[in-house]
Design a protein around this ligand. Structure first.
Ligand SMILES: Nc1ncnc2c1ncn2[C@@H]1O[C@H](COP(=O)(O)OP(=O)(O)O)[C@@H](O)[C@H]1O
Ligand SMILES: Nc1ccn([C@@H]2O[C@H](COP(=O)(O)OP(=O)(O)O)[C@@H](O)[C@H]2O)c(=O)n1
Ligand SMILES: [Mg+2]
Length: 223
């Protein structure tokens, strides 16, 4: 077996040993996926992996795929799964965590089927940020992150790709009862209230403190 294949197998092997918990975070461009993921990370101990951020970092790294990725992003097209999945696997491996929010992936049927085949991972559930196009367009045009795809021409292409290629993936998981649909047109804090209810009242950090307190009090009683 070649070294790249061997490395992939190892990455996968040790990932699966950890039996990672994965939540896919989906929604149209500008629906607030990245914003809400940042909030979830702070409260629930997940590692946030944005497929778009990983692809943009790959362009910056000067990788041989950089020009191809840059052209596809400018056109609002979806990069071949092989490239994106390798980046996701590497980031999962390097995080040392076993809980992931995978943001902006899978964006089409090819992404979905390839991820399942290569990693063997099924998502615990799918968060779907549902937002009208007019609102997403307003947000993208004032995002001000210097992104080459946040211009009206590319935005329209991305909306079309979302409707044609990404919504079917959401419908696929909906048929399996895995979609948690959120009205994302409301203010950030209100959206996060709904998100929190989905992840449960159980805040990991609070639970850790409670467990630690009960161990200490048990010890004190015994002594
Ligand atoms: N609920 C919201 N209401 C208003 N603006 C928002 C909301 N959520 C996110 N934004 C803003 O909209 C823009 C797009 O949000 P972002 O999280 O990057 O979306 P996505 O990752 O889905 O493209 C950002 O400038 C962000 O600050
Ligand atoms: N699974 C993915 C995710 C993003 N991308 C590319 O990266 C671009 C930006 O994705 P993103 O998730 O950062 O965009 P937003 O939905 O956050 O605005 C997409 O329009 C695609 O060109 C991809 O090819 N495959
Ligand atoms: Mg984003």
């Amino acid at each position: 077996m070649g070294t790249v294949e061997a490395a992939n197998k190892d990455a996968n092997g040790s990932l699966l040993e950890k039996n990672p918990s994965v939540v896919f975070v989906l929604g149209g461009p500008g629906s607030g996926k990245g914003t809400q993921c940042a909030n979830i990370v702070q409260n629930f101990g997940y590692t946030h992996l944005s497929a778009g951020d990983l692809l943009r970092a790959e362009i910056k790294s000067g990788s041989e795929n950089g020009t191809m990725i840059q052209n596809m992003i400018k056109e609002g097209k979806i990069v071949p799964s092989e490239v994106t999945i390798k980046l996701l696997q590497k980031a999962m491996q390097e995080s040392g965590n076993d809980k992931f929010l995978i943001d902006g992936f899978p964006r089409n049927e090819e992404n979905r089927a390839a991820f399942e085949k290569v990693t063997g991972i099924e998502p615990a559930f799918v968060l779907f940020f549902d937002c009208p196009e007019e609102e997403m367009e307003r947000r993208l045009l004032s995002r001000n992150q210097g992104r080459e795809d946040d211009n009206i021409e590319t935005i329209r292409k991305r909306f079309k790709v979302f409707l044609e290629s990404s919504l079917p993936v959401i419908n696929y998981y909906d048929a399996k009862g895995k979609v948690r649909k959120i009205d994302a047109a409301r203010p950030i804090e209100e959206v996060f209230e709904t998100v929190k209810a989905i992840f449960g009242p159980k805040n990991d950090k609070v639970i850790s403190v409670l467990v630690a307190c009960s161990i200490v009090s048990h010890f004190v009683i015994i002594v």
